[in-house]
Ligand binder design. Structure first.
Ligand code: NAD
Length: 487
């Protein structure tokens, strides 16, 4: 296996901010370590403060008119160049992202990094291909125009930094808004590589700014700045509440993509083997996936058969170093997060829930947690009702479709749902009844970039994806001209 230490030092990753097209340091730094080996310090990263936030918003504000004036086609040209550069640098980005947050190297190389390029291409083309709605009504000719809104702040979580930052940056930039991105403090490094590529692609100074630091410090300062006209946040509901208050003070529109507690519902008429395999697949990425179906809800009549297959597929998982091709379960991001996950399982044990498998750290000297299955004492158990964000699934059975739907909708979350059934009618019925922003039937994680994406209830506010994201990043204007009045 190649030594990532050497590779990452060969790949120069700046630990500084990127503001107004240049690197800016801070007086203080914070330490970033690798989940692959906690003794491995990756970088001392600049710790931004209120002054850094002010500098970044000023740079974005100054760049606004020029970026907006380029129009969608002019911006698309630059964003396509950025996408091409991402594709040319897949190996370097994958290596850094793997060291920083321990996502499996193979999936980064094969899919995830390229998806960043696709995000930029998709939004560049979509914005440039916009056909304004036009119609006549009440003696006027009407047109809907998209006006760039102004500087946008984007705040991302640690669990999929590359994927999520490109997913959120692309529509903002394509719509004409300069951006200040603040990546999460546990995995800030791939964003720094993106700044270098943006520079090379010809993104003008101030159009893409990267500010590093702690959420409660520089993050809070950014979202409180009244010059910021859009905030796009992905993270936890707790943080969204703080950001929402700051946004409300300045009447700044914001979207929030938040946590999940998705059901994976398995009906007796489904391809049980496929369902059990997908069930065991919810442990991928150590369960640090907001969209995961973490509550297994299985029809009673096939419970024994499902469980036998589920355990067989779970036994096939390989815990290990994320750089090894055989590994399917990576270490968790941070010792604090591992301790949080352990806390959930310990409290479940204490409350009378049954630990069916797992429930322990895999090794004393690493950040892995065993794939864990818990049969809750009741649907009110904490482990059923709250997002764990680790390799911990719950197992419940149901007797009839109505009960499955009731259980599926019985948490405060509503991000995603997964249904396994062989019946078209049931697919439609249950798909419509599950309260979530996305429901997959007999599949999982298939994402069309033009589809709306977001959550119900505490899983989010607003929708991103496709035209929904471009509309969010624009001020929509209705232009009405009196018919026959202009010659
Ligand atoms: P978090 O809310 O703790 O942090 C997210 C980001 O917010 C970080 O960059 C952090 O620095 C910043 N932040 C914290 N306090 C802030 C403040 N007061 N003002 C401004 N910014 C602040 O979340 P996390 O632990 O990094 O991520 C895990 C959460 O993200 C989980 O709940 C997960 O489900 C969710 N998530 C949701 C999606 C989705 O698409 N719905 C995708 C991935 C992760």
């Amino acid at each position: 296996m190649p030594s990532l230490r050497a590779e990452i030092s060969e790949i120069a990753v700046s630990p500084d901010h990127y503001i107004g097209g240049r690197r800016v340091a801070s007086d203080t730094t914070f330490e970033v370590r690798s989940p692959l080996d906690w003794d491995w310090k990756l970088a001392d990263v600049a710790r931004g403060d209120a002054l850094t936030a002010d500098e970044a918003v000023t740079a974005a504000n100054e760049a606004f008119d020029g970026w907006a004036a380029r129009g969608p086609e002019g911006r698309a040209e630059i964003l396509h160049r950025l996408a091409d550069l991402i594709d040319d640098n897949i190996e370097a980005i994958a290596t850094v992202e793997c060291a920083d947050m321990a996502m499996l190297l193979e999936s980064l190389q094969a899919r995830v990094v390229h998806r960043g390029a696709e995000n930029f291409r998709n939004y560049a083309d979509l914005a440039a291909g916009y056909t304004p709605r036009e119609w006549s009504s009440k003696g006027t000719n009407n047109t809907v125009q998209r006006m760039p809104a102004g500087p946008a702040v984007i705040i991302t979580p640690w669990n999929a930094p590359w994927l999520l930052s490109t997913w959120k940056l692309a529509p903002a930039l394509a719509a004409g808004n300069p951006v200040i991105l603040k990546p999460a403090e546990w995995s800030p490094l791939s964003a720094s590589l993106l700044a270098d590529l943006a520079d090379e692609a010809g993104v003008p100074p101030g159009v893409l700014n990267i500010v590093q630091g702690i959420g409660e410090e520089v993050g809070a300062a950014l979202v409180s700045d009244r010059r910021v006209r859009r905030i796009s946040f992905t993270g936890s509901p707790e943080t969204a509440r703080h950001i929402g208050i700051a946004a409300a003070k300045n009447i700044t529109p914001f979207t929030a993509e938040l946590g999940g507690k998705g059901p994976l519902i398995v009906f007796a008429d489904s391809d049980l083997e496929a369902a059990a395999k997908k069930g065991a697949g919810q442990y991928d990425d150590s369960g640090q996936v907001c969209l995961a179906g973490t509550r297994l809800l299985v029809e009673e009549s096939v419970s024994a058969e499902f469980l036998e297959m589920f355990h067989r597929f779970t036994d096939e998982h390989v815990l290990g170093d994320s750089r090894a091709p055989s590994t399917t379960i990576s270490p968790m991001i941070h010792p604090d997060h591992l301790a949080r996950v352990e806390g959930f399982v310990e409290r479940a044990r204490g409350a009378g829930d049954t630990i069916v498998r797992g429930g322990e750290r895999w090794k004393a000297d690493g950040l892995w947690y065993e794939p864990t299955l818990i049969e809750p004492a009741s649907n009110h158990s904490e482990v059923v009702q709250r997002e764990v964000f680790g390799p911990v699934l719950t197992y419940q059975t149901f007797a009839a479709e109505a009960e499955a739907i009731e259980l599926a909708n019985s948490t405060d979350y509503g991000l995603s749902g997964i249904v396994y059934t062989g019946s078209e009618e049931r697919a439609q019925r249950v798909g419509a009844a599950v309260r979530a922003g996305t429901v997959w039937v007999n599949t999982f994680l298939v994402r069309d970039l033009t589809a709306p994406f977001g959550g119900c209830r505490i899983s989010g506010i607003g929708r991103e994806g496709g035209d929904y994201a471009l509309d969010f990043h624009s001020d929509l204007k209705t232009l009405q001209i009196s018919e026959g009045s202009t010659g």
